[in-house]
Every structure is written in C-alpha cells, then in structure tokens.
Design a protein around this ligand. Sequence first.
Ligand code: KG4
Ligand code: ZN
Length: 325
Amino acid sequence: MANILGIETSCDETAAAVVQDGRRILSNVISSQVEIHARYGGVVPEVASRQHLLAIIPTVERAMAGFNWGDIQGIAVTSGPGLAGSLLVGVNLAKALALARGLPLTGVNHLEGHIYANWLGSELTPSFPLVCLIVSGGHSDLILMRGHGDYLRLGRTRDDAAGEAFDKAARVLGLGYPGGPAIEEAARAGEASLPLPRAWLKGSDDFSFSGLKTALLRLVEGGKVSLVADAAASFQRVVVDVLVNKTVAVAKRHRAKQILLAGGVAANKLLCDDMLRCSPLPVLSPPPILCTDNAAMVAACGYYRLKADRVAGWDLEVVPGLSLP
Ligand code: KG4
Ligand code: ZN
C-alpha cells in the first residue's frame, strides 16, 4: 500500500492531494485563482505565480491534515506543460518536502495526469489498448495508450485547443471566463440553429477550431446573432460533433478496448453524453471536479510512475512546452 502526495501548480489552480494506490482519494484540496483572473478575462502568468506562492503551503497543509509524514510513501509534482513561473512554485516545494522527509520524488506530465483522473474512484479499471481524448485549455490530443506510461500521439490541434476555443467563443459572446462552463450554461436555453463550420480535416486525426471561432465572430459582427443562447448551443454542438466523430473513428481503427476522456472540456455534459451514445466501445470520463486541474490526478499518475521506478533527481526541471509522449 502506498500513499502519494500530489502537487499541482501548472496554471491557475493551486492543488494538493493524497491518493492511495493510485485509485483512492484520501484528500483533495483545490485553491482556485479563477475569480482573480476572471477580472482580466484570462490567466495572467505573473499574477498566477504570485498566487501559487501565497496558497501552496496552506493548500498542502490542508491536504495533509489527518496524516503524518510517515503515512506518505512518495511525492508527485506536475513539472510541465504549463506556465514556467507557476510550475516552479510546485516543483520547488515538492523537492524541499522530498529532501526533508527522505521521500522519492517523481515529475508528472500534466497531460498524463489528466488521463489518470480516470483511475480515481471509479469501479471500472481502464483496459489497454485505449484511446484517450485530452481536451483542455492548452491541448486537444488523441492518444493511443498501450500500457502505463506508454503513449502514442495520433492527433493534435493544429491551432486552438478545444478549451481555448470555448474561452474565445465565450469572450466573443460576452459570457465571461472561463468560457467552457459559461457556454455550457448559456446553451441550455438555446437551439443549435446557427450555421457554423465543422473542420473534419479528412484523412487526418488532427483538429482545428480557429475557423469556427472566426465564423462565430463574423456572425456576431454581422448582427446575425439574436440570441446568445442559440450561438452558445450552436458552437458547443459543432465542437462536440467533431470531437466525438473523430475520437470514435480513431478508436475503431486502432482496435481500442475503451475510450477515455480527460481534461477540463471533458467536464462538458454534452461531450460525455454524445461520446457514450455514439461509441460502440465503453467510454470512461472522470467526474467534472476531476476533469479540471487537480492534484489527485497527479498523485494517481505519480503512483504508477514510482511503481515503475521513474524517480526524479534533484535536477528535476520545469518544462513549459512538455508534450505527450
Ligand atoms: O484541464 P483544465 O482545467 O486546464 C488546462 O490544463 O488547460 O482545462 C481548462 C479548460 C478551459 O478552457 C475551460 O473553459 C474548459 O477547460 N472547460 C470546459 C468546461 N469546464 C471547463 N469546457 C467545456 N465545458 C465545460 N463544462
Ligand atoms: Zn489541465
């Protein structure tokens, strides 16, 4: 039995969690900066690192309340991708704790962490090979996962990430930040009635969302949007259609046993429902609170890394542009 302390500071959430054997969440603390960044309409890197500095120790203390350090067998920290100044806060604290307590340390790829949110708390165990759609604020990746730590990237976005597209569309529609939840909420009262383009990129497993954003902007500027709710519903419909169709096609072609959803956009109910409806394969997705940034997913991934002896040295670096694999 191993309890791993996870630490996450890659973007705008300061988070710490303790997870048992990569599956059972014992504590999960998320200190969000969203309200601060919402004033600026997006994440301000300098503000984010300063907030992490203020929040990281109280967040770890809360996650460790009820535990002694002797209960912890390893430390996992996000080392990339993300904002350099933000990542440094988490990585430096994780190194200090590992040094002080004589614990093994592992650096976790944030995207790999998002995938491992699917191992948390669920009765079902993901089985390999599987296809994972990672859709976050910075990434839209289709990954073939053949085993723990074994990834092949099949597709990626050529321009905007899915979450970024939601955030930009929300800005165009005056719906605030973060855009994903705002669009989802507005869309509830709307009809997907506006003509917006779907970029299929035939013959490729990549995505493209920037044309969609531009088309939406043209409709708004041209006075063609009378109901924001209809625009939100139309936009969401197009993004979900493309993500679902391409993911199901890739999973079939690679004879995957399952489809996994991961990242902040996987919190979208229409995406989860449509993927379940359209996929002949079982579909797993984490509960919404584990789709967006958290440290439990980092601890879960860290457990499997440490089990495979993938221990980091004191030279563990932050890598803002880290990709998967
Ligand atoms: O994974 P995440 O928390 O942070 C990154 O690693 O980027 O993803 C954040 C992104 C944001 O772009 C946000 O608008 C989007 O996930 N998002 C959603 C929803 N909740 C968050 N997009 C669509 N529907 C949602 N319910
Ligand atoms: Zn994330």
